[in-house]
Design a protein around this ligand. Structure first.
Ligand code: CTP
Length: 403
Protein backbone atom coordinates (compact mmCIF):
# COMPACT_ATOMS: atom_id res chain seq x y z
CA UNK A 1 0.00 0.00 0.00
CA UNK A 2 2.78 2.44 0.96
CA UNK A 3 4.43 1.91 -2.43
CA UNK A 4 1.17 2.44 -4.27
CA UNK A 5 0.42 5.66 -2.40
CA UNK A 6 3.96 6.91 -3.04
CA UNK A 7 3.86 6.00 -6.72
CA UNK A 8 0.51 7.71 -7.18
CA UNK A 9 1.89 10.83 -5.50
CA UNK A 10 5.04 10.69 -7.59
CA UNK A 11 7.24 10.17 -4.53
CA UNK A 12 9.87 7.53 -3.80
CA UNK A 13 9.11 5.38 -0.72
CA UNK A 14 11.70 3.31 1.09
CA UNK A 15 11.63 0.86 3.95
CA UNK A 16 14.76 1.70 5.95
CA UNK A 17 16.84 0.92 9.02
CA UNK A 18 16.36 -1.90 11.53
CA UNK A 19 13.55 -3.58 9.57
CA UNK A 20 15.77 -4.08 6.50
CA UNK A 21 18.73 -5.17 8.62
CA UNK A 22 16.56 -7.71 10.42
CA UNK A 23 15.08 -8.92 7.15
CA UNK A 24 18.58 -9.78 5.95
CA UNK A 25 19.34 -11.42 9.27
CA UNK A 26 15.99 -13.23 9.17
CA UNK A 27 15.14 -11.75 12.55
CA UNK A 28 11.69 -10.74 13.64
CA UNK A 29 11.12 -6.96 13.64
CA UNK A 30 7.82 -5.16 13.85
CA UNK A 31 9.26 -1.62 13.59
CA UNK A 32 8.37 -0.14 10.24
CA UNK A 33 10.34 2.97 9.31
CA UNK A 34 9.62 4.60 5.97
CA UNK A 35 11.53 7.41 4.32
CA UNK A 36 9.74 9.43 1.65
CA UNK A 37 11.56 11.45 -0.95
CA UNK A 38 8.92 14.14 -0.98
CA UNK A 39 6.38 15.19 1.62
CA UNK A 40 6.30 12.73 4.54
CA UNK A 41 3.27 14.13 6.38
CA UNK A 42 0.82 14.40 3.45
CA UNK A 43 2.04 10.96 2.33
CA UNK A 44 1.32 9.54 5.80
CA UNK A 45 -2.15 11.12 5.76
CA UNK A 46 -2.95 9.50 2.45
CA UNK A 47 -1.59 6.15 3.54
CA UNK A 48 -3.51 6.27 6.83
CA UNK A 49 -6.73 7.03 4.94
CA UNK A 50 -6.47 3.52 3.48
CA UNK A 51 -6.80 1.95 6.93
CA UNK A 52 -10.00 2.86 8.76
CA UNK A 53 -9.51 3.18 12.51
CA UNK A 54 -5.88 4.24 12.51
CA UNK A 55 -4.67 7.55 13.87
CA UNK A 56 -1.89 9.81 12.71
CA UNK A 57 0.44 12.15 14.58
CA UNK A 58 2.60 14.50 12.58
CA UNK A 59 5.52 16.74 13.54
CA UNK A 60 5.55 19.53 11.00
CA UNK A 61 8.90 20.82 12.19
CA UNK A 62 10.68 17.56 11.42
CA UNK A 63 8.51 16.43 8.52
CA UNK A 64 7.81 13.18 10.37
CA UNK A 65 4.61 11.32 11.21
CA UNK A 66 3.55 8.20 13.04
CA UNK A 67 0.61 6.13 11.89
CA UNK A 68 -0.87 4.30 14.86
CA UNK A 69 -2.99 1.22 14.26
CA UNK A 70 -5.55 -0.12 16.72
CA UNK A 71 -3.48 -3.19 17.63
CA UNK A 72 -0.45 -1.06 18.67
CA UNK A 73 1.27 -1.61 15.35
CA UNK A 74 2.83 1.60 14.07
CA UNK A 75 4.57 3.00 11.04
CA UNK A 76 7.09 5.81 11.34
CA UNK A 77 7.32 8.07 8.34
CA UNK A 78 10.17 10.50 7.73
CA UNK A 79 10.88 12.96 4.96
CA UNK A 80 14.15 12.95 3.07
CA UNK A 81 14.21 16.55 1.96
CA UNK A 82 15.60 17.71 -1.31
CA UNK A 83 18.33 19.99 -0.13
CA UNK A 84 20.17 22.26 -2.45
CA UNK A 85 23.78 23.11 -1.80
CA UNK A 86 24.27 26.44 -3.41
CA UNK A 87 27.55 28.30 -3.52
CA UNK A 88 27.06 32.04 -3.43
CA UNK A 89 26.08 33.15 -6.88
CA UNK A 90 25.84 29.62 -8.25
CA UNK A 91 22.64 27.97 -9.33
CA UNK A 92 21.26 25.56 -6.77
CA UNK A 93 22.35 22.00 -7.45
CA UNK A 94 21.21 18.79 -5.82
CA UNK A 95 24.35 17.31 -4.32
CA UNK A 96 23.22 13.73 -3.87
CA UNK A 97 19.91 11.91 -3.88
CA UNK A 98 18.09 12.69 -0.69
CA UNK A 99 17.67 9.06 0.41
CA UNK A 100 21.44 8.68 0.22
CA UNK A 101 21.93 11.69 2.44
CA UNK A 102 19.31 10.43 4.87
CA UNK A 103 21.05 7.06 5.11
CA UNK A 104 24.47 8.66 5.48
CA UNK A 105 23.35 10.29 8.74
CA UNK A 106 22.87 6.88 10.34
CA UNK A 107 25.10 5.15 12.84
CA UNK A 108 26.40 1.88 11.39
CA UNK A 109 26.58 0.48 7.88
CA UNK A 110 24.22 -2.35 8.84
CA UNK A 111 21.54 0.26 9.50
CA UNK A 112 21.93 2.08 6.19
CA UNK A 113 20.07 -0.34 3.96
CA UNK A 114 16.83 0.59 2.24
CA UNK A 115 14.31 -1.31 0.17
CA UNK A 116 12.32 0.49 -2.49
CA UNK A 117 8.57 0.06 -2.13
CA UNK A 118 7.43 1.90 -5.25
CA UNK A 119 5.42 -0.14 -7.71
CA UNK A 120 8.01 -0.23 -10.49
CA UNK A 121 11.06 -0.88 -8.32
CA UNK A 122 9.53 -2.83 -5.46
CA UNK A 123 12.01 -4.96 -3.56
CA UNK A 124 15.17 -3.29 -4.86
CA UNK A 125 17.80 -3.27 -2.15
CA UNK A 126 19.61 0.04 -1.86
CA UNK A 127 23.04 -0.27 -0.32
CA UNK A 128 25.26 2.80 -0.64
CA UNK A 129 27.67 2.03 2.19
CA UNK A 130 28.38 -1.70 2.14
CA UNK A 131 25.77 -2.60 4.73
CA UNK A 132 24.85 -5.98 3.29
CA UNK A 133 28.52 -7.03 3.09
CA UNK A 134 29.01 -6.03 6.76
CA UNK A 135 25.90 -7.95 7.77
CA UNK A 136 27.23 -11.00 5.92
CA UNK A 137 30.61 -10.60 7.63
CA UNK A 138 28.82 -9.98 10.94
CA UNK A 139 30.63 -6.77 11.64
CA UNK A 140 29.63 -3.39 13.03
CA UNK A 141 31.18 -0.46 11.19
CA UNK A 142 30.64 3.27 11.40
CA UNK A 143 30.23 5.29 8.23
CA UNK A 144 32.77 7.94 9.10
CA UNK A 145 35.27 8.94 11.78
CA UNK A 146 32.97 11.39 13.53
CA UNK A 147 30.13 8.92 14.16
CA UNK A 148 30.74 8.72 17.93
CA UNK A 149 31.62 12.40 18.23
CA UNK A 150 28.34 13.35 16.56
CA UNK A 151 26.45 11.12 18.93
CA UNK A 152 28.24 9.31 21.78
CA UNK A 153 25.12 7.24 22.60
CA UNK A 154 26.12 5.23 19.54
CA UNK A 155 28.82 3.70 21.75
CA UNK A 156 26.04 2.05 23.75
CA UNK A 157 24.23 1.08 20.55
CA UNK A 158 27.38 -0.59 19.19
CA UNK A 159 27.68 -2.64 22.38
CA UNK A 160 23.98 -3.54 22.30
CA UNK A 161 23.99 -4.62 18.65
CA UNK A 162 27.27 -6.46 19.07
CA UNK A 163 25.84 -8.58 21.85
CA UNK A 164 22.36 -8.95 20.34
CA UNK A 165 23.56 -10.22 16.96
CA UNK A 166 26.92 -11.66 18.02
CA UNK A 167 28.63 -9.22 15.62
CA UNK A 168 32.21 -8.06 16.12
CA UNK A 169 32.94 -4.35 16.25
CA UNK A 170 35.26 -3.49 13.33
CA UNK A 171 38.86 -2.64 14.23
CA UNK A 172 38.74 0.98 13.14
CA UNK A 173 35.27 1.44 14.65
CA UNK A 174 36.52 -0.03 17.92
CA UNK A 175 39.47 2.37 17.97
CA UNK A 176 37.15 5.31 17.39
CA UNK A 177 34.86 4.02 20.10
CA UNK A 178 37.64 3.59 22.63
CA UNK A 179 38.97 7.05 21.83
CA UNK A 180 35.49 8.50 22.35
CA UNK A 181 35.25 6.79 25.74
CA UNK A 182 38.72 8.04 26.74
CA UNK A 183 37.84 11.56 25.62
CA UNK A 184 34.86 11.48 28.01
CA UNK A 185 32.42 12.27 25.23
CA UNK A 186 29.58 10.88 27.35
CA UNK A 187 29.95 13.97 29.55
CA UNK A 188 28.42 16.02 26.74
CA UNK A 189 25.28 13.88 26.49
CA UNK A 190 22.01 14.74 28.20
CA UNK A 191 21.04 12.35 30.99
CA UNK A 192 17.71 11.54 29.38
CA UNK A 193 19.37 10.26 26.22
CA UNK A 194 21.82 8.14 28.20
CA UNK A 195 18.98 6.67 30.25
CA UNK A 196 17.03 5.93 27.10
CA UNK A 197 19.94 3.93 25.68
CA UNK A 198 20.59 2.20 28.98
CA UNK A 199 16.92 1.18 29.12
CA UNK A 200 17.17 -0.28 25.61
CA UNK A 201 20.16 -2.28 26.78
CA UNK A 202 18.39 -3.50 29.90
CA UNK A 203 15.39 -4.52 27.84
CA UNK A 204 17.44 -6.82 25.62
CA UNK A 205 16.65 -10.52 26.00
CA UNK A 206 19.81 -11.19 27.97
CA UNK A 207 21.14 -7.91 29.40
CA UNK A 208 24.05 -9.65 31.10
CA UNK A 209 25.84 -9.92 27.78
CA UNK A 210 25.81 -6.20 26.77
CA UNK A 211 26.50 -5.22 30.39
CA UNK A 212 29.57 -7.44 30.48
CA UNK A 213 30.80 -6.01 27.17
CA UNK A 214 30.11 -2.50 28.42
CA UNK A 215 32.16 -3.17 31.53
CA UNK A 216 35.04 -4.53 29.44
CA UNK A 217 35.31 -1.16 27.69
CA UNK A 218 35.18 0.83 30.95
CA UNK A 219 31.85 2.36 29.94
CA UNK A 220 30.18 2.30 33.38
CA UNK A 221 32.87 4.56 34.87
CA UNK A 222 32.71 6.81 31.81
CA UNK A 223 28.97 7.23 32.36
CA UNK A 224 29.45 8.08 36.03
CA UNK A 225 32.65 7.70 38.08
CA UNK A 226 30.83 5.94 40.92
CA UNK A 227 29.40 3.19 38.70
CA UNK A 228 31.35 0.01 39.21
CA UNK A 229 30.16 -3.35 37.93
CA UNK A 230 31.86 -5.82 40.29
CA UNK A 231 31.54 -9.62 39.95
CA UNK A 232 28.89 -9.32 42.68
CA UNK A 233 26.98 -6.80 40.57
CA UNK A 234 26.98 -9.24 37.69
CA UNK A 235 25.76 -12.05 39.97
CA UNK A 236 22.95 -9.78 41.08
CA UNK A 237 22.06 -9.04 37.45
CA UNK A 238 22.00 -12.76 36.77
CA UNK A 239 19.66 -13.49 39.63
CA UNK A 240 17.51 -10.52 38.51
CA UNK A 241 17.18 -12.20 35.11
CA UNK A 242 15.95 -15.33 36.92
CA UNK A 243 13.44 -13.43 39.05
CA UNK A 244 12.12 -11.49 36.05
CA UNK A 245 11.53 -14.66 34.08
CA UNK A 246 9.69 -16.11 37.10
CA UNK A 247 7.60 -12.93 37.10
CA UNK A 248 6.94 -13.18 33.37
CA UNK A 249 5.56 -16.69 33.70
CA UNK A 250 3.18 -15.66 36.47
CA UNK A 251 1.26 -13.84 33.73
CA UNK A 252 0.04 -11.23 36.17
CA UNK A 253 -1.67 -8.25 34.66
CA UNK A 254 0.48 -5.61 36.36
CA UNK A 255 2.85 -3.79 34.04
CA UNK A 256 6.34 -3.40 35.42
CA UNK A 257 9.41 -1.49 34.26
CA UNK A 258 11.93 -4.30 34.19
CA UNK A 259 14.75 -1.85 33.47
CA UNK A 260 14.34 -0.30 36.90
CA UNK A 261 14.80 -3.70 38.58
CA UNK A 262 18.13 -4.02 36.74
CA UNK A 263 18.96 -0.42 37.55
CA UNK A 264 18.60 -1.19 41.26
CA UNK A 265 20.88 -4.21 40.78
CA UNK A 266 23.54 -2.23 38.90
CA UNK A 267 23.63 0.46 41.58
CA UNK A 268 23.25 -1.77 44.63
CA UNK A 269 26.90 -1.34 45.65
CA UNK A 270 26.67 2.47 45.74
CA UNK A 271 26.36 4.62 48.82
CA UNK A 272 23.12 6.57 49.16
CA UNK A 273 24.95 9.75 48.13
CA UNK A 274 26.48 8.15 45.02
CA UNK A 275 23.13 6.61 44.11
CA UNK A 276 21.52 10.04 44.23
CA UNK A 277 24.24 11.45 42.01
CA UNK A 278 23.90 8.58 39.47
CA UNK A 279 20.13 9.02 39.42
CA UNK A 280 20.63 12.73 38.72
CA UNK A 281 23.17 11.99 35.98
CA UNK A 282 20.59 9.84 34.21
CA UNK A 283 17.95 12.55 34.76
CA UNK A 284 15.75 10.22 36.76
CA UNK A 285 14.44 13.25 38.55
CA UNK A 286 11.16 14.05 40.27
CA UNK A 287 9.01 11.38 41.82
CA UNK A 288 10.68 8.37 40.23
CA UNK A 289 14.18 9.38 41.37
CA UNK A 290 13.04 10.15 44.91
CA UNK A 291 10.97 6.99 45.00
CA UNK A 292 13.92 4.82 43.89
CA UNK A 293 16.21 6.41 46.48
CA UNK A 294 13.78 5.91 49.35
CA UNK A 295 12.80 2.37 48.36
CA UNK A 296 16.45 1.41 48.28
CA UNK A 297 16.66 2.30 51.97
CA UNK A 298 13.42 0.44 52.73
CA UNK A 299 14.85 -2.66 51.00
CA UNK A 300 17.81 -2.74 53.37
CA UNK A 301 15.55 -2.32 56.39
CA UNK A 302 13.10 -4.98 55.25
CA UNK A 303 15.84 -7.50 54.40
CA UNK A 304 17.41 -6.91 57.82
CA UNK A 305 14.08 -7.67 59.51
CA UNK A 306 13.68 -10.87 57.49
CA UNK A 307 17.25 -11.91 58.29
CA UNK A 308 16.52 -11.64 62.02
CA UNK A 309 13.80 -14.25 61.53
CA UNK A 310 11.20 -12.16 63.32
CA UNK A 311 8.82 -11.92 60.38
CA UNK A 312 6.85 -15.06 59.93
CA UNK A 313 3.12 -14.54 59.84
CA UNK A 314 1.55 -13.46 56.53
CA UNK A 315 0.24 -10.29 58.20
CA UNK A 316 3.79 -9.42 59.29
CA UNK A 317 5.14 -10.04 55.80
CA UNK A 318 2.34 -7.88 54.43
CA UNK A 319 3.08 -4.98 56.73
CA UNK A 320 6.81 -4.99 55.90
CA UNK A 321 6.28 -5.15 52.12
CA UNK A 322 3.07 -3.22 51.55
CA UNK A 323 4.68 0.10 50.67
CA UNK A 324 7.17 -1.28 48.14
CA UNK A 325 6.66 -1.20 44.39
CA UNK A 326 6.61 -4.45 42.42
CA UNK A 327 9.94 -3.55 40.83
CA UNK A 328 11.52 -3.13 44.25
CA UNK A 329 9.99 -6.39 45.51
CA UNK A 330 11.41 -8.27 42.52
CA UNK A 331 14.78 -6.67 43.14
CA UNK A 332 14.63 -7.83 46.78
CA UNK A 333 13.95 -11.37 45.61
CA UNK A 334 17.04 -11.18 43.43
CA UNK A 335 19.16 -9.67 46.19
CA UNK A 336 18.31 -11.88 49.14
CA UNK A 337 20.40 -14.94 49.87
CA UNK A 338 17.68 -16.41 52.10
CA UNK A 339 15.27 -18.84 50.51
CA UNK A 340 12.64 -18.11 53.22
CA UNK A 341 12.74 -14.41 52.39
CA UNK A 342 12.37 -15.10 48.69
CA UNK A 343 9.39 -17.36 49.41
CA UNK A 344 7.80 -14.73 51.65
CA UNK A 345 8.11 -12.04 48.98
CA UNK A 346 6.75 -14.33 46.30
CA UNK A 347 3.75 -15.20 48.51
CA UNK A 348 3.18 -11.50 49.01
CA UNK A 349 3.29 -10.84 45.26
CA UNK A 350 1.05 -13.76 44.34
CA UNK A 351 -1.41 -13.78 47.24
CA UNK A 352 -1.12 -11.48 50.20
CA UNK A 353 -1.30 -8.18 48.34
CA UNK A 354 -4.79 -9.08 47.10
CA UNK A 355 -6.24 -10.12 50.44
CA UNK A 356 -9.21 -7.99 51.55
CA UNK A 357 -10.88 -7.91 54.96
CA UNK A 358 -13.99 -10.09 54.99
CA UNK A 359 -16.14 -7.12 55.94
CA UNK A 360 -16.34 -3.61 54.50
CA UNK A 361 -17.18 -0.28 56.11
CA UNK A 362 -20.76 -0.73 54.90
CA UNK A 363 -20.97 -4.06 56.75
CA UNK A 364 -19.80 -2.33 59.94
CA UNK A 365 -22.54 0.30 59.56
CA UNK A 366 -25.06 -2.48 58.97
CA UNK A 367 -23.83 -4.07 62.21
CA UNK A 368 -24.76 -0.81 63.96
CA UNK A 369 -21.38 0.90 64.28
CA UNK A 370 -21.13 4.66 63.80
CA UNK A 371 -18.71 5.54 60.97
CA UNK A 372 -15.61 7.25 62.36
CA UNK A 373 -11.88 6.93 63.02
CA UNK A 374 -12.43 3.56 64.69
CA UNK A 375 -13.23 1.93 61.30
CA UNK A 376 -9.65 1.99 59.99
CA UNK A 377 -8.11 -0.06 62.83
CA UNK A 378 -11.06 -2.49 62.79
CA UNK A 379 -10.69 -3.09 59.05
CA UNK A 380 -6.93 -3.43 59.49
CA UNK A 381 -7.42 -6.05 62.20
CA UNK A 382 -9.88 -7.89 59.96
CA UNK A 383 -7.41 -7.89 57.11
CA UNK A 384 -4.66 -9.23 59.37
CA UNK A 385 -7.02 -11.96 60.53
CA UNK A 386 -7.79 -12.90 56.91
CA UNK A 387 -4.12 -12.92 55.99
CA UNK A 388 -3.24 -15.17 58.91
CA UNK A 389 -6.36 -17.26 58.19
CA UNK A 390 -7.67 -16.72 61.70
CA UNK A 391 -11.10 -15.88 60.32
CA UNK A 392 -12.43 -17.59 57.25
CA UNK A 393 -16.10 -16.58 57.06
CA UNK A 394 -18.08 -13.40 57.36
CA UNK A 395 -19.78 -14.58 60.55
CA UNK A 396 -16.40 -15.32 62.15
CA UNK A 397 -15.36 -11.82 61.08
CA UNK A 398 -18.46 -10.33 62.70
CA UNK A 399 -17.68 -12.22 65.91
CA UNK A 400 -14.17 -10.82 65.85
CA UNK A 401 -15.48 -7.27 65.47
CA UNK A 402 -17.87 -7.74 68.39
CA UNK A 403 -15.09 -9.11 70.55
N1 CTP B 1 20.29 6.07 14.70
C1 CTP B 1 21.52 6.71 14.72
N2 CTP B 1 22.04 7.14 15.90
C2 CTP B 1 21.37 6.95 17.05
C3 CTP B 1 20.12 6.31 17.05
C4 CTP B 1 19.61 5.86 15.84
O1 CTP B 1 22.13 6.88 13.67
N3 CTP B 1 21.88 7.36 18.20
C5 CTP B 1 19.74 5.61 13.40
C6 CTP B 1 20.08 4.15 13.13
O2 CTP B 1 20.74 4.05 11.93
C7 CTP B 1 18.76 3.42 13.08
C8 CTP B 1 17.72 4.52 12.96
O3 CTP B 1 18.34 5.72 13.38
O4 CTP B 1 18.68 2.53 12.02
C9 CTP B 1 16.48 4.23 13.77
O5 CTP B 1 16.80 4.10 15.15
P1 CTP B 1 16.20 2.97 16.08
O6 CTP B 1 14.79 2.75 15.71
O7 CTP B 1 16.55 3.32 17.48
O8 CTP B 1 17.14 1.77 15.69
P2 CTP B 1 17.02 0.29 15.21
O9 CTP B 1 18.23 0.09 14.39
O10 CTP B 1 15.70 -0.02 14.62
O11 CTP B 1 17.24 -0.50 16.58
P3 CTP B 1 16.30 -1.47 17.41
O12 CTP B 1 16.29 -2.76 16.64
O13 CTP B 1 16.96 -1.61 18.75
O14 CTP B 1 14.96 -0.78 17.48
Amino acid sequence: KAGQVGSARGEEVYLVGGAVRDLLLRNHNLDIDLVIEGQGIPFARELAAQFPGCRIRGHEKFGTAVILFEDNFKIDVATARHEYYARPGALPTVETSSIKRDLFRRDFTMNTLAISLNTRTIGHLIDFFGGSRDIKERIIRVLHNLAFVEDPTRILRAVRFSSRFGFAIGKHTLNLMKAAIRMKLFDKVEGKRLLNELIHMLEEKNPLSPLTLMDGYGIPQALHPALNFTPKTMELVESTIGVLSWWKYLFMKDQIDSWSVYFLALTDNLSDGDFKSVVERFSIVGDLGRHMASERILVRQALALFARGIIEKPSEIYSVLRNLSLETLLFMMAKTMREETRMAISEYIINYRYVKPLLTGKDLIRMGYEPGPIFAPILRTLKQASLDREVLTRSEAEDLVRR
